[in-house]
Design a binder for this molecule. Structure first.
Ligand code: PEP
Ligand code: MG
Length: 576
C-alpha cells in the first residue's frame, strides 16, 4: 500500500494508465532566419488558442458550465497573449538565434523562476499552468499530437507526475475511475477538477510513477489517501463494498439538496457555507447553502503577488453576492497572521504568532489597507445582502474603532452618491475568551455574533490548534469550551442579536444536538459538509436535543462527553 493526500472522496478501482511527461526530448537548434521562426511561432500560437478554446468547450460541457474550472484553461489563453511573454520569446529568437521551442521554454522558465521564489499554494498552481502551457506549445511546434485521452477503456485509473489542466480537460472522464498524481495538494487544480467531476483522487503520492505500472490493478481511496497496487481478493472485495456504501451515502445526501434546514419537529434553522473565494459561493449555492456564513477574504489576498486593489476586491465580493441572489453573504475582514502568512505583506516572525499581530490588530494598524477592504465590501453591499464580520475581537475599543471607520466611509459615499446598503449589519467573531466573557456587553454594540470554535477552542484550552503534542487538549468537547459556547449563545439571544457558528464544530455531527439545544440559529460549514449537516439536523427534535444537552452539561470530562454523544448519535442515526 502507498499513500498520498486524498483530495476528492470516493473509491476508484481500475487499471492504471501512466501518462508520460511531455517534452522529454526537446529538439533545440539554432536558426538563421529569425523572421521565419517568429512566423512559425505565431502560427502555432494561433493554433494553440483554437485548440484551447475547443478544450474549454469540452470541459464546460462536462462540468455543466462550471466556469471556474474552465478558467484554468482560459488563463493559458491570456498568458499566451501576454505582451511581456511574447516579447521575451521574440527577443530570444532574434538575439540568441534559438528555435521557437527553445525560446518558449526559456521564456516560460524565466517566469517560473520568478514565481518560484514565492512560497504559496496558489503561486505553485500558476507554475503548473505555465509549465502546461509551455509543454503544449512546444509539442505543437514539434508537430506532436496532443495526448489523446478522449477514448479510454472502462475503469481507467490515471497516473501522472502532475495532472495538467489540459490533460483533465481532454480526458474521457466517463471512464476514469480515479486519479493518482505525484504532485498536487488539496487546493491544486487537479484537486479542484477531480472534485468538480466527482472522480476519486489521491495526490502528492511520492512513488506514484515508479511503484505503479501500466495496467496494474489499482484501488484508490480518495478520502483516506490510501492506494493499493494489485491487491489480493479480500481487499478488492472490501473496497467494492466500500465503493457501494459511498455511492449510497452520496445518493442519500443528494435528497437533502434544495430542502430547508429543519429539525425533526420542524424548527427552522439556517445553514450557511464557509468560503475562501467567490467561486466557492458557486459551489455553496449548488449544495443549496442558504447564504455565506464566513467568507475568508484572506484567500483573495493569497491568490497573487501584491495586494488586490479596491476594484478587484469589489468585483470578487460582488460576484459572491450576486451568486447568492439576496441570501446573506458574511464577509470577514482580512484575518492574516497566526498560521496565515502572506509573503508579500512582510509580516515579521513572532515568538507567539497566534497571540500576536494578527487579524483586526493588523488591520487597525494598516488603515489604508483596511479602509480599502471596507470600501469594497460596502460597494458590494449594493448588490445583495452583505454582512461585515470582524475577526479576533478582544475588546470593545476595536469594535468602536471599526464602526467609526465604517461610518466615515458611509458618509463619504453619501456625499459622492456611491451606492451601498445603508442598513448593513456589522458582527464579530467570538473566538477569544475575552470576547466570550464580554459577550453580553459586546452584544449591545453589534448586530450578530459568529462563534469561531477553531480559535475559541485553542485560546480557551491554551492549546495551539496545529500542535500535535497538545492535540489531546484541543477539543471543543472540553466542558470549558462547551460552557463558553452556551454562554455566548445565551448572551446573543438575551440581547436579540443574530447568532451563528462558523468554526468546524458547526458541522460536527456530535455537536448538532448540543447546538440545537443551546438555541443556535445559524450553522456555517464548508460546502462539502452542507448536505451532511442538514441531514444530521433533521434527525433531532428540540426536546431530544435538550435531554442530551442537560446530560452533557453535567459531565466534567471530554472523554465522558464524547462517548455519550457517540452513543446518542448512533441512537438517532446521525453520521458519526
Ligand atoms: C475559527 O477560528 O473558528 C474560524 C472560523 O476562523 P479561522 O478558522 O479562519 O481562523
Ligand atoms: Mg479564527
Amino acid at each position: 500500500m502507498i499513500s498520498g493526500i486524498g483530495t476528492s472522496g470516493g473509491i476508484g478501482i481500475g487499471n492504471a494508465l501512466i501518462i508520460p511527461d511531455k517534452n522529454a526530448n526537446i529538439n533545440i537548434t539554432s536558426i538563421d532566419n529569425p523572421k521565419e521562426e517568429k512566423d512559425r511561432y505565431d502560427k502555432v500560437k494561433a493554433h494553440f488558442i483554437i485548440e484551447t478554446e475547443k478544450l474549454i468547450l469540452k470541459l464546460k460541457n462536462k462540468l455543466k458550465d462550471n466556469d471556474k474550472v474552465a478558467l484554468v484553461l482560459k488563463n493559458q489563453i491570456y498568458l499566451v497573449n501576454d505582451e511581456e511573454l511574447n516579447k521575451s520569446i521574440y527577443d530570444i529568437i532574434e538575439n540568441e538565434h534559438l528555435c521557437a521551442e527553445a525560446a518558449v521554454l526559456k521564456a516560460c522558465d524565466m517566469y517560473i523562476n520568478i514565481l518560484n521564489s514565492i512560497d504559496s499554494d496558489v503561486i505553485n498552481q500558476r507554475i503548473v499552468d505555465i509549465k502546461d502551457l509551455s509543454s503544449r506549445i512546444i509539442n505543437m511546434l514539434q508537430g506532436q499530437e496532443e495526448l489523446n485521452l478522449s477514448e479510454l477503456p472502462n475503469d481507467t485509473v490515471i497516473v501522472a507526475n502532475e495532472l495538467h489542466p489540459s490533460i483533465t480537460a481532454a480526458m474521457d472522464t466517463e471512464h476514469v475511475a480515479g486519479i493518482v498524481a505525484r504532485r498536487g495538494g488539496e487546493n491544486s487544480h487537479a484537486a479542484i477538477l477531480s472534485r468538480a467531476l466527482e472522480i476519486p483522487a489521491v495526490l502528492s503520492v511520492k512513488n506514484a510513477m515508479t511503484d505503479i505500472k501500466n495496467n496494474d490493478l489499482v484501488i484508490i481511496d480518495g478520502s483516506s489517501g490510501k492506494i493499493y497496487i494489485n491487491p489480493d481478493k479480500n481487499i478488492i472485495e472490501e473496497y467494492r463494498e466500500k465503493r457501494e456504501e459511498y455511492k449510497l451515502k452520496l445518493k442519500e445526501l443528494k435528497e437533502f439538496n434544495g430542502k430547508p434546514t429543519v429539525t425533526r419537529d420542524n424548527k427552522i434553522l439556517k445553514l450557511f457555507a464557509n468560503i475562501g473565494t467567490d467561486y466557492d459561493a458557486h459551489k455553496a449555492v449548488g449544495k443549496s447553502a442558504e447564504g455565506i456564513g464566513l467568507f475568508r477574504t484572506e484567500f483573495l489576498f493569497m491568490n497573487r503577488i501584491s495586494i488586490p486593489d479596491e476594484d478587484e476586491q469589489t468585483e470578487a465580493y460582488k460576484r459572491a453576492v450576486i451568486m447568492c441572489d439576496g441570501k446573506p453573504v458574511t464577509i470577514r475582514t482580512l484575518d492574516i497572521g497566526g498560521d496565515k502568512d502572506i509573503a508579500y505583506m512582510g509580516l515579521e516572525h513572532e515568538e507567539n504568532p497566534y497571540l500576536g499581530y494578527r487579524a483586526i490588530r493588523y488591520c487597525l494598524d494598516h488603515k489604508d489597507l483596511f479602509e480599502t477592504q471596507l470600501r469594497s465590501i460596502l460597494k458590494a453591499s449594493a448588490y445583495g445582502n452583505v454582512r461585515i464580520m470582524l475577526p479576533m475581537i478582544t475588546c470593545i475599543e476595536e469594535i468602536r474603532e471599526v464602526k467609526n471607520i465604517i461610518a466615515y466611509i458611509k458618509n463619504e459615499f453619501d456625499k459622492n452618491g456611491i451606492e451601498y446598503d445603508k442598513n448593513i449589519k456589522i458582527g464579530i467573531m467570538i473566538e477569544t475568551p475575552a470576547a466570550a466573557v464580554m459577550a453580553d456587553v459586546f452584544a449591545k454594540e453589534v448586530d450578530f455574533f459568529s462563534i469561531g470554535t477553531n480559535d475559541l477552542t485553542q485560546y480557551t484550552m491554551a492549546a495551539d490548534r496545529g500542535n500535535e503534542n497538545v492535540a489531546y487538549l484541543y477539543s471543543v468537547f472540553n466542558p470549558a469550551v462547551l460552557r463558553t459556547i452556551e454562554n455566548v449563545i445565551n448572551a446573543a439571544k438575551n440581547n436579540n442579536i443574530g447568532i451563528c457558528m462558523c468554526g468546524e464544530s458547526a458541522g460536527n455531527p456530535l455537536m448538532i444536538p448540543l447546538l440545537i439545544a443551546f438555541g443556535l440559529e445559524e450553522f456555517s460549514v464548508s460546502p462539502s459538509m452542507i448536505l451532511e449537516t442538514r441531514k444530521n439536523i433533521s434527525k433531532w427534535t428540540y426536546e431530544e436535543a435538550c435531554n442530551v444537552k442537560n446530560a452533557v452539561m453535567n459531565m466534567v470530562t471530554k472523554s465522558e462527553i464524547t462517548a455519550y454523544l457517540k452513543e446518542c448519535g448512533g441512537r438517532y442515526g446521525t453520521d458519526i
